[in-house]
Design a protein. Structure first.
Length: 87
């Protein structure tokens, strides 16, 4: 399930194209639940792309620098010892 929350969002559809309406203070949050596949691959010369997909074909892609990926790996490894999620 993909949930999108978009704040201060208004667009104009004109002649088949989307155009921003109003100020540029928009923000969005995307959440993907019930992920069935998760993969990692190189992205460009300096980043790692993480790709998450659910059973409905919804997909979220995140490009991170290697240091950020290593931090996430350390966080997950630390949880393995203390969290019932990994039991």
């Amino acid at each position: 399930m993909l949930a999108l929350e978009i704040e201060e969002f208004m667009i104009e559809l004109k002649e088949g194209s989307f155009a921003n309406v109003g100020p540029t203070n928009k923000a969005a949050t995307a959440k993907l639940f019930d992920v069935e596949t998760a993969t990692a691959r190189e992205f460009g010369d300096k980043r790692v792309k993480l790709v998450f997909e659910d059973g409905e074909g919804n997909e979220v892609q995140v490009a991170l620098f290697p240091g950020d990926v290593r931090k996430i790996v350390r966080d997950v490894e630390a949880m393995e010892d203390d969290s019932p999620v990994f039991e």
